[in-house]
Design a protein around this ligand. Structure first.
Ligand SMILES: *[C@@H]1O[C@H](CO)[C@@H](O)[C@H](O)[C@H]1NC(C)=O
Length: 336
């Protein structure tokens, strides 16, 4: 073959294949999820509102999370998803293509809202403005949404989400989240915080001793949140951190602890089988905690889609893989 013919053939093959050089502007494509329909018992089922974020880095995780919720729901058509994204027009078509039957909105989260309030944390992923979007749910979602479940984008639900939705928030009323009182609460704040004559006083007078809780799985009464001005209370601590003193090292979690610790309704730990991402130590695979499993949470640094792509999955990543809707270039359906 002459050089010219070889070059022409190579160019033709390149053009004919669906290969494109990945650019940062390009989002992955997803297969279409099947239609999930309500059963006959759903006539008077309440609408369940679920909020999640959408960004390029976690998109595959968010899509898997949505599929997992639908697959295990007894009334999937009664679920309304509220996605938060800094660029909603970029993500709306992606969700619509993967879930043509889904009731959803993509709300704009304006990152400028938090830009002046974020201080750098020990993990860069925690500094992303979207990580703080959960603080603004009560402002961003319509007033008609009075309760919402917030889910991180690195989890799958393997139970009927209606059970989580039915959480009784009494007597704390505003927020339910999985609580871990054996975790050493002191370590979430700096010596500067604990040695301050005034700042730690915020934690006194709580109904129970303050405990760490996970903000990746929350049930929020938005009416009471709005009435109590909790967004402003969380912002206050972000401003202390940014302008007064470095009082914590992590991202959006510590302000939640300062405002709500000891006033949180504990969610059964079955709804947060957490730490599957390996808790900041790379290559460290984790096992399930004892007890039942309604939700698997890859919290920590490792994410199942990254480990699967690298052909170095942890054993439990196999439980995430069935919810992966990523459309690969070599997928036989990639042309449809
Ligand atoms: C919790 O952590 C603090 C700070 O590292 C330490 O001084 C304290 O002894 C710890 N408490 C327990 C019960 O481990």
């Amino acid at each position: 073959m002459s050089h010219f013919a070889f070059l022409a053939a190579a160019l033709f093959l390149l053009a004919a294949s669906r290969w494109t050089l990945p650019t940062s502007a390009e989002l992955p494509r997803f297969r279409e999820a099947p239609a999930f329909r309500n059963g006959p018992g759903c006539v008077s089922a309440p609408t369940i509102h679920i909020a999640m974020t959408l960004d390029a880095a976690y998109l595959r995780g968010s899509v898997a999370g949505v599929l997992s919720v639908l697959r295990h729901s007894s009334c999937p058509e009664s679920i309304a998803f509220h996605f938060l994204a800094t660029r909603p027009r970029r993500f709306r078509p992606v969700v619509a293509a993967a879930f043509p039957y889904l009731t959803f909105e993509v709300h704009r989260f304006n990152p400028d809202v938090v830009h002046g309030r974020i201080s750098s944390s020990v993990r860069r992923a925690l500094d992303q403005p979207l990580n703080y979007a959960r603080i603004y749910l009560a402002d961003i979602l319509p007033r008609s949404v009075r309760r919402v479940i917030y889910f991180d984008s690195d989890l799958v639900v393997v139970d009927d989400v209606a059970r989580l939705w039915a959480t009784d928030l009494a007597p704390y009323q505003v927020l339910a989240a999985p609580e871990y009182c054996h975790a050493n609460f002191t370590t979430y704040f700096t010596d500067r915080f604990w040695s301050d004559p005034v700042l730690p006083l915020v934690l006194t007078g709580r109904r129970r001793p303050p405990c760490y809780f996970n903000t990746g799985v929350m049930v929020v009464d938005l009416d009471r949140w709005r009435a109590g001005g909790y967004t402003r209370k969380l912002e206050f601590w972000m401003e202390v951190q940014k302008r007064k003193a470095r009082i914590y090292e992590l991202g959006s979690l510590p302000p939640f602890l300062l405002v709500f610790a000891g006033e949180v309704k504990g969610v059964d730990h079955r709804w947060n089988q957490h730490g599957l991402g390996g808790d900041n130590k790379e290559g460290l695979c984790r096992n399930l905690h004892s007890g039942p499993v309604s939700l698997l949470h890859w919290s920590g640094k490792g994410k199942p889609w990254l480990r699967l792509d690298a052909a170095r999955p942890c054993p439990l990543d196999d439980l995430w893989a069935p919810y992966d809707l990523l459309l690969r270039d070599d997928d036989p359906f990639s042309d449809v």
